[in-house]
Design a protein around this ligand. Structure first.
Ligand SMILES: [Zn+2]
Length: 285
């Protein structure tokens, strides 16, 4: 049996958001067994990190309640789930989680440095009872029963990214080595349009991989960094199940919108249902 965990010490991050460019401060505090991963925004509104609190999925995953929102939660949630943290209170002052270097490495390194405490309750797992298929035009997501959490990711972008396939079994060790360091990416020709739409305001060559017509403008951390970043994003969105996923996910060209739609539907149809009875409503403080 695996036991629930929490952080041994609080974590703190400062920085600007990738899309808003706004400064933000995040404190991730230890929490007791059964608490789960929860957000507290500007000390005012608190809610669980679950797919029923998703309010937007354009270019990043945005959670919110009672008119307050926090953008780009996926990299921090990915690090917490990937490193095996079941319980934490994520306090955010500002509209968006800091982008750091565009990957989850800063978060995963901080979690490793803080260390985990084992709690005296069994880990809450989300286990599918049968394979499920989700489609959105050319995007496909299959979630199937498995003995561990595995992800197979296929992407297919225009050159110079092209088609890439990466698979991983998610453990804290594989997550830190193969997933966390991979940065968000974009295309030079798209940047202007994103900035006009008010996105990527905090984007720089230090926190994103930008592909020009001939290749990346700065060296990649892995030849398959884009596909690996998509796995990083998927793990963050699957943290919104509200329990540790025990399933195999086969993703083809999927993104935040399809991930969050699938997770919302999966939450209502699984053996993990008892995981979702606590804290269904946001708490106003
Ligand atoms: Zn991302």
């Amino acid at each position: 049996m695996q036991y629930q965990t929490t952080l041994r010490q609080p974590l703190e991050f400062d920085g600007v958001g990738l899309h808003t460019g706004a400064p933000a401060r995040v404190r991730v505090r230890p929490a007791p067994a059964g608490h789960g991963l929860r957000f507290r925004l500007d000390g005012a509104v608190e809610f669980p990190a679950r797919a029923d609190y998703v309010v937007d999925t354009v270019r990043c995953t945005v959670l919110g309640a009672e008119g307050m929102r926090v953008s780009t939660v996926e990299h921090l949630l990915s690090a917490l789930l990937g490193c095996g943290v079941d319980n934490a209170l994520i306090e955010v002052d500002g509209p968006e989680i800091p982008v750091e270097d565009g990957s989850a490495k800063v978060f995963a390194d901080a979690i490793e440095a803080a260390g985990l405490s084992t709690l005296h309750e069994a880990r809450m797992r989300w286990i599918p009872t049968e394979p499920r298929v989700f489609r959105d035009n050319e995007k496909l997501l299959v979630v199937a029963p498995a003995s561990s959490f595995r992800v197979r990711m296929t992407i297919d972008y225009p050159a110079p990214v092209g088609a890439q396939y990466v698979e991983t079994e998610v453990t804290p060790e594989s997550y830190r080595a193969e997933v966390a360091p991979n940065r968000t990416f974009g295309f030079l020709h798209e940047l202007e349009a994103l900035v006009k739409r008010g996105l990527a305001q905090g984007g720089t060559l230090e926190n994103a991989v930008v592909f020009g017509p001939d290749g990346p403008l700065a060296p990649l951390r892995s030849p398959t960094e884009p596909a690996r970043h998509k796995i990083l994003d998927l793990i963050g969105d699957f943290a919104l199940l509200g329990a540790y996923p025990q399933c195999e996910v086969i993703a083809i060209k999927s993104g935040h919108k399809l991930h969050c739609t699938a997770v919302r539907e999966l939450m209502t149809s699984s053996r993990g249902d008892e995981a979702f009875t606590a804290g269904l409503r946001p708490i106003r403080r």
